[in-house]
Write a protein that binds this ligand. Structure first.
Ligand code: LLP
Length: 420
């Protein structure tokens, strides 16, 4: 569900024409719909109204502080994976007591920063990290609340790069070892408070069965821990709920909610969620300008002014993003073409062998479902300044990140001052 649509054959974000935004801001440009963001947050939150819960939006999906602020205002907490994400969340006015910190490689300075901030909980991913957390907390004379991220060895049936809950993945601690670590921490690591159990099995999951399998395993762990005298009050089941990019039948949050509640209602825990994609994915588009069309013997190419540095998902995962014309609605497919960017790599594409309407040079193209892992994964490769970001709110739009300049590109670079 989103609020990008045609009005009299021109493409709009909420109440604002995309052409109008681009006239002022230029391309490439990310455009987000505020109404879609808030709707998604509430659809998710509502799904759990019958259970004590906390929604911690996963900052990595889209970390612009205006997006974070939107979620702060709706009551969201945050799932962070770095000191940088903590900084962003705090800048956006996040309540530290609604922040959980995940990730396999937290550095000492990052742990210190989070401890001083007073976040809700550390999701610990290895026995060594657990000991480091205890040691740093002791040095700061603080107590650290933690959950162990358990690796339930469940197949999320998604792209291998974004599957995280299998034994062969680097994430979490295997279940039996996790139980031992809780018991050890209770008696030996005095600066730690066992707070919860955490689990995140992957991303873009479009079936409910992997979540059920993971919940079964985490439920067992909680029961065993209680028997061992470790009383955890939080169950963090991570993010991962998929969205529709093309024709995936992704479950609505309310359906996901029913299943999760059914599996957890007797546990007496507060649920934590770390949704990313489902909040922002379909709330954002990337608008590019068509530069040239190349007709070849073997293939046709539509070359646009956005590239894999702006949106890496098609190159990295072969992901499908639907493409719409901003200037005209319902133009019949006229050709089969690859939609490609200007970067000097054959992997620089947004679509392969796509049936697509003909575009003229100067036309605008909307690459849909680009709100999650779009700008947040962008880079300056080929020395391309990063795109502008815009948020549409009702009938107005706001630039929430300026387009980078050439000067921004070399910020911090220095030529050594030796005379040779
Ligand atoms: N929690 C943890 C610990 C995570 O690692 C992630 C995502 C999330 C929550 C949020 O998951 P979501 O609800 O968005 O599925 N770049 C890839 C996705 C990588 C996901 C990384 N972790 C993509 O563009 O598909």
């Amino acid at each position: 569900m989103h609020f990008f649509d045609y009005k009299e054959s021109k493409f709009y974000a909420d109440g604002v024409s995309i052409e109008k935004i681009i006239r002022e801001v230029g391309t490439p440009c990310y455009i987000y719909s505020h109404k879609t963001l808030t709707r998604h947050y509430h659809a998710f939150d509502e799904a759990f109204k019958d259970m004590p819960h906390l929604v911690c939006y996963s900052v990595k999906a889209n970390s612009n502080i205006a997006i974070l602020k939107t979620f702060v205002k709706e009551g969201s907490g945050f799932d962070i994976v770095s000191g940088g994400e903590l900084y962003r969340a705090l800048k956006a006015g996040a309540n530290p007591k609604k922040i959980v910190y995940s990730g396999v490689g937290k550095r000492e300075d990052e742990i210190e920063y989070a401890l001083r901030t007073g976040i809700l909980m550390f999701n610990v991913e290895s026995p060594e990290e657990l000991r480091a957390l205890n040691e740093i907390a002791g040095r700061l004379k603080k107590k650290a609340s933690f959950a162990i991220r358990v690796n339930p060895d469940v197949d999320p049936k998604t792209h291998p790069y974004i599957s995280t809950g299998l034994k062969k993945n680097k994430f979490g601690i295997e279940t039996n070892q996790a139980i031992k670590e809780y018991v050890y921490a209770k008696s030996h690591l005095k600066n730690l408070i066992p707070f919860g159990v955490d689990c995140h099995i992957g991303s873009q999951i479009t079936q409910l069965s992997p979540f059920i399998d993971a919940l079964n395993k985490t439920r067992e762990i909680i029961v065993i821990l209680r028997r061992e005298g470790v009383d955890v009050q939080y169950l963090d089941i991570g993010g991962g709920l998929g969205i529709t990019y093309k024709d995936e039948d992704a479950p609505h949050p309310s359906k996901y909610g029913k299943v999760v509640i059914n599996e957890t209602k007797t546990l007496g825990v507060t649920l934590i969620f770390e949704p990313g994609r489902v909040m922002v994915g379909n709330a954002g588009i990337l608008v590019a300008k068509v530069l040239y069309t190349k007709y070849g013997m073997e293939k046709n190419f539509i070359v646009v002014d956005a590239a894999m540095n702006d949106l890496a998902r098609p190159s990295l995962y072969g992901s499908y993003h639907s493409i719409k014309s901003v200037n005209k609605q319902n133009s019949a497919p006229a050709m089969i073409a690859d939609v490609v960017g200007p970067i000097c790599e054959s992997g620089d594409f947004f679509a392969k062998d796509r049936e697509i309407s003909a575009f003229q040079s100067g036309d605008l193209m909307a690459i849909m479902s680009a709100g999650a892992y779009g700008f947040s994964m962008s880079s300056n490769y080929n020395s391309r300044p990063r795109a502008a970001e815009v948020m549409v709110k009702g009938n107005r739009f706001y630039i929430i990140r300026d387009r980078e300049s050439y000067k921004d590109l070399i910020k911090g670079e220095k030529i050594p001052k030796d005379r040779r």
